[in-house]
Structure formats: structure tokens, C-alpha cells
Design a protein around this ligand. Structure first.
Ligand code: ATP
Ligand code: MG
Length: 395
């Protein structure tokens, strides 16, 4: 259902109660909206800060009906939310992103096919995807091109933070990996020589107008985003142009409405390859809260409400460090210890964001820290100090 502009004072709904939903609520509330979160977990990060918290499963009819009743429009913060829940809501309320767009991002097979379709239409800014094959039967393991090895086998659905994927060197390893993934539909992707990883976050309005943030340089450690660095020169100018053009083409082809993140690989020959998309704000865009004049979460509010989109301006160089539960266990302590936040907050340009999660566990995203400063050098120095205080070795 499309509709006219939704102004502050209205209530905005969000499916999913994680940290992305929490930061959406913060942005919406600071603009004068009320919020409603649907998430079964009574202690979910977004549920804890929302005006309304509906504690049901995503497909619970009563929960969805209540969310519709309360909300003028609904968005999602979790890409594996069932497409059916979005379709149900869309019958009576504006929903963005659409169930169709989310369905593409939820399935690597559909997602790759979408990239290939965009590439076919592209001119000089054509999108490149890693060579891949879809694996649906044991027969395909035997016949798949040897060119795709060594490769990475990724399940078509439900992958995140490197879960649901296995690296394979030989056909025998491929067969074993597919068994380990329970023989579900998967994609075998050729292993590429990565020089660096980037992401581009954009917002596309109902009228097709697109605004975007600059390409972000991302470092992953053990499959989880560890840091994002955003400053001029982190990607050569030609790459910036191509990365942004690729992201816009993917969004336009989907007729996308909302905030979209596109992940890219920079290869050793300086070519760019599109990896995957996330139909929502992204961990690599958290720095926008403190380093830009409009954040990715405010843009999510604006796209949902049909409000004007203004081109974001980054006013400070920034580095974002993810704060994982590991930080609570210095030198492998057996019991969780509260990190020395006072020392972090003594650093100029340190912006601490914690998500209100009670139990610190290794690998769990507990918060993030954005470091801003007048110069890139200053930000790098502060980041090194913060990482040392928190015992973060790799970022
Ligand atoms: P997330 O949801 O956290 O972004 P994911 O589990 O959906 O991750 P991918 O982004 O596809 O999975 O892959 C995780 C990481 O594995 C990438 O960030 C990259 O470091 C590496 N990787 C993935 N595909 C390839 C490839 N074809 N060649 C080389 N490295 C790859
Ligand atoms: Mg990824």
C-alpha cells in the first residue's frame, strides 16, 4: 500500500528487535515519532527502548494485526524476517523495504541472478559478480566447473556473519561440505584474491530519488565485521564512482524503497566485485550517527515516511570498532568483567554505543565505538588507544 507523507507524531513499526531496530527507534523518536517493535524476546535491544513492544513471533497473526493497528507504516531491521509477514502487513500499511526486495536479499540464488541481470543492463559501470554455480543436487557436485575451485560453498538462505559457509579446495571437500550443510540449495563461489572489502549504503525514496554515503572500508575478523574506516582516499576515486554506480543500479533494478547496503570486494587488479546486499541499515554504516549530518537510521525513517532525502555529508573522518562480547573477557577471563568504559570516554572523539544486551558472549555484537576527529591521523591514533584499552587486537 502506498500512501502520502507520514509526519512526526505518527507511530512507526519495526519487525525485529535487534540493535538495528534500536537505533531506528532512537532516530525516529528524536524526530518526534512514536515506535512499535515486534519481537518475541522481552529483553530485545529495540523492545527495551520502544514506546510499544509486541512480544510475539514474526508470523503471529494477532501480533501482526496489533502492529498494523498501532503503526502508520512498518519497516524491518532483520533480513531473515519471513517475507509473508511483510506481505501481510503490506495489505493495510505502507511497508518498506518491500517483501519482494527482502526476498531477493534473503536468497543468494535470487540475489546473484539479480546482480547478473543488472550487469547485463550496465554500460561502463557494469557490475561484476564472482564466478559461481548453484548447487541443488549431488549430480551438480560432480559436474560443476573445476574453475570454481578453490571456492566457498554458501547456503542460499539464512547465512550471516560467515555462518552457513565452508571453504573448499577440491571436489571431495565440496561434497563433504555440502553434506555438512545438510544438502540444502547452495551457491559455490570461486575464491577471489581480495585486496580489501567495502560497502556502500544508500537510501532510495518512493519517487526513486537516491542518496548515498561514501564507500566504507571494512575489515572482518573470523567472519564478523571488526572495523569500518571512512575517509577520503580509502578507495581510489575511480573505485568510488564504480562502487556507488553499482549500488544505485542494484537498487533501481529492484525498485527498492528504503535503506540498502551493498557489499563489494576490491581485487588485487583493482577491479570491484559485488558480493551481497542487505535490505536495511548495516553494521558498516553505524559511524553515520556520529560522523555524518544525517544517519543511515534517519534515512530509514525518511524513506519509510515518504519524506525528502537529502544527500548525507560526512563532517569528520571516522573509524568504527565493533564491540563484541569478547571484550568482557580480557586475557580469557572465565567470568565476564565490565570493560573500562570510563577510560574509553576519556578519549576525545569517542562515541560509545551499547545495545543493552545483558549477557556478554564471545562473538556477540554488544555495541560499537565510533572514533571521530579533525584529521585521519588523529582518528587512527585514538582508535589505536581505544583498541588497546578494550584488548581488541585485530581490526
Ligand atoms: P555477513 O552477513 O556478515 O556480511 P555472510 O555470512 O552473509 O556475511 P559473505 O558476506 O558472503 O557472508 O562472506 C563473508 C566473508 O567471506 C566476506 O566478507 C569475505 O571476507 C569472505 N568471502 C566471501 N566470498 C568470498 C569470495 N568469493 N572470495 C573470497 N572471499 C570471500
Ligand atoms: Mg557479507
Amino acid at each position: 500500500m502506498s500512501s502520502s507523507v507520514i509526519l512526526p507524531g505518527a507511530t512507526l513499526g519495526v519487525l525485529g528487535g535487534g540493535q538495528l531496530g534500536r537505533m531506528f527507534c532512537h532516530a525516529a523518536q528524536s524526530m518526534g515519532y512514536f515506535t512499535a517493535v515486534l519481537d518475541a524476546d522481552p529483553t530485545s535491544p529495540a523492545g527495551l527502548v520502544s514506546h510499544h513492544h509486541i512480544k510475539t513471533a514474526y508470523l503471529d497473526e494477532i501480533g501482526l494485526a496489533e502492529l498494523c493497528n498501532i503503526s502508520a507504516a512498518v519497516t524491518t531491521e532483520f533480513e531473515n524476517v519471513p517475507a509473508l509477514a511483510l506481505q501481510t502487513l503490506a495489505k493495510t500499511r505502507p511497508v518498506s523495504p518491500s517483501a519482494d526486495s527482502v526476498a531477493v536479499a534473503q536468497n543468494r540464488v535470487a540475489e546473484k541472478a539479480h546482480f547478473v541481470a543488472c550487469a547485463a543492463k550496465g554500460g561502463t559501470d557494469a557490475i561484476t559478480v564472482a564466478p559461481y554455480a548453484v548447487i541443488e543436487t549431488a549430480g551438480e557436485i560432480a559436474t560443476v566447473s573445476a574453475d570454481l575451485l578453490p571456492g566457498i560453498l554458501k547456503t542460499a538462505r539464512m547465512g550471516y556473519d560467515g555462518k552457513g559457509q565452508i571453504r573448499v579446495k577440491t571436489r571431495a571437500e565440496l561434497a563433504a561440505a555440502w553434506d555438512e550443510l545438510n544438502n540444502v540449495t547452495s551457491v559455490l563461489e570461486k575464491m577471489l584474491p581480495l585486496k580489501a572489502e567495502y560497502s556502500v549504503i544508500l537510501a532510495r525514496g518512493r519517487d526513486g530519488h537516491v542518496v548515498h554515503f561514501p564507500p566504507q572500508l571494512n575489515v572482518h575478523v573470523e567472519g564478523i565485521l571488526a572495523s569500518t574506516s571512512v575517509f577520503e582516499g580509502n578507495l581510489p576515486a575511480a573505485g568510488v564512482k564504480r562502487a556507488v554506480a553499482a549500488a544505485i543500479s542494484v537498487a533501481n533494478e529492484l525498485q527498492y524503497v528504503g535503506v540498502l547496503c551493498i557489499e563489494l570486494f576490491l581485487l588485487h587488479d583493482d577491479s570491484l566485485v559485488v558480493n551481497e546486499i542487505a535490505p536495511r541499515p548495516h553494521n558498516s554504516g553505524h559511524y553515520t550517527i556520529d560522523a555524518c549530518d544525517v544517519s543511515q537510521f534517519e534515512l530509514q525513517v525518511r524513506t519509510l515516511c515518504g519524506l525528502p532525502l537529502t544527500q548525507p555529508r560526512q563532517h569528520s573522518p571516522a573509524i568504527m570498532l565493533n564491540i563484541l562480547g569478547d571484550v568482557w573477557f580480557p586475557k580469557n577471563a572465565t567470568e565476564a568483567q565490565t570493560p573500562p568504559w570510563d577510560q574509553i570516554l576519556a578519549l576525545t572523539g569517542a562515541h560509545l554505543h551499547l545495545y543493552g544486551k545483558k549477557d556478554a558472549k564471545k562473538g556477540r555484537k554488544m555495541g560499537h565505538l565510533t572514533l571521530t576527529g579533525a584529521t585521519v591521523e588523529a582518528v587512527k591514533v585514538t582508535t589505536a588507544k581505544a583498541a588497546a584499552i578494550l584488548g581488541i587486537e585485530k581490526y
